[in-house]
Design a binder for this molecule. Structure first.
Ligand code: A3P
Length: 289
């Protein structure tokens, strides 16, 4: 287990995806005001919302006839996760045309400073902690690059004692809560997007200044539904697709959590999030009780 994760500035990361060298070179990223940053704790629905954002950018480019980006062979795609890659990644990213879509699981304080300085817009994606833990448990046991757990109880202890890759869920939310009122940040929850994807996609597009016709809106919602993404997953994510697109719903935690674990999670939520803007946004009493 220890060999799969390393610690950097007090947070654990998987060795197969991240490295201290890459973290150090990340500061050279020159963020832009038209960058589209998707921030979220792992298993909050990053791939889903990431697909929505990529589709929106494709529509935007088609409309603005940004020929440079479609015709320039130099513009090779980068793996969209900011903190995963090699040390030269940021030099290459600096050369990519706008608009760039960048995903990250990092705490705000660990992001390249230019993101805040240059007022890049950030979409902060949240998901209720019980479904995040449930999703993370299955995911960890599904891929060899993350520690696996013999039992759900073992995983739960690790989740509650800050032993997860990308750090502690509650610390993540507390740190981002300090930015919750920033004008360049929009928050959205997995649950609200699931409940009303049309409204969610509409709001996301408006925040990033992407005009959409009703037909375009419907097509993004349809292409990014769990069913379509799962169906396509072999093509988009290979063998990894089956593990990633697992259930795609709300409340699967009810199949795993014991009474005692519910109490522990409720207590942690009270301690860290009650009364905070992000805490209210999560609607804990609706989705976690
Ligand atoms: P489950 O494990 O609960 O099914 P991330 O992309 O951040 O790793 O998050 C993965 C979670 O998002 C998984 O949750 C996955 O099924 C869910 N997900 C992926 N695509 C989705 C979609 N189009 N709609 C709803 N949920 C989706």
């Amino acid at each position: 287990r220890d060999k799969l994760l390393f610690s950097y500035k007090g947070i654990l990361y998987p060795v197969s995806f991240c490295s201290p060298e890459v973290f150090r070179s990340m500061e050279s990223l020159e963020a832009r005001s038209d960058d589209i940053i998707l921030a979220g704790y792992p298993k909050s629905g990053t791939n889903w919302v990431g697909q929505i954002l990529s589709d929106l950018v494709a529509i935007f480019e088609k409309k603005t006839q940004n020929k440079e980006s479609s015709e320039n062979d130099e513009n090779l795609e980068e793996f969209p996760y900011l903190e995963m890659g090699d040390t030269e990644k940021y030099e290459r990213m600096n050369k990519l045309p706008s608009r760039r879509v960048i995903f990250t699981h990092l705490l705000p304080e660990n992001l390249p400073r230019s993101i805040f300085k240059n007022k890049a817009k950030i979409l902060l994606l949240l998901r209720n902690p019980k479904d995040v833990a449930t999703s993370f448990y299955h995911f960890s046991n599904g891929i060899s690059t993350l520690p696996s757990y013999e039992t759900w109880d073992d995983f739960f202890v690790a989740f509650m004692t800050k032993k997860m890759a990308w750090g502690c869920y509650f610390e993540y939310l507390s740190k981002w809560n300090k930015h919750a009122a920033d004008e360049n940040i929009m928050t959205i929850t997995y649950e609200e997007l699931k409940e009303n994807p049309v409204l969610g996609v509409k709001n996301i597009a408006a925040f990033f200044g992407i005009p959409l016709t009703e037909k375009e809106l419907q097509s993004v919602v349809e292409r990014c539904s769990f069913q379509s993404m799962k169906k396509n997953s072999q093509k988009t994510h290979g063998a990894f697709g089956n593990i990633l697109f697992r259930k795609g719903g709300v409340s699967d935690w009810k199949n795993l959590f014991s009474e005692d674990q519910n109490e522990k999670m409720d207590k942690a939520f009270e301690e860290h999030m009650r009364g905070t803007k992000l805490g209210a946004k999560l609607k804990y009493d609706v989705y976690c009780k």
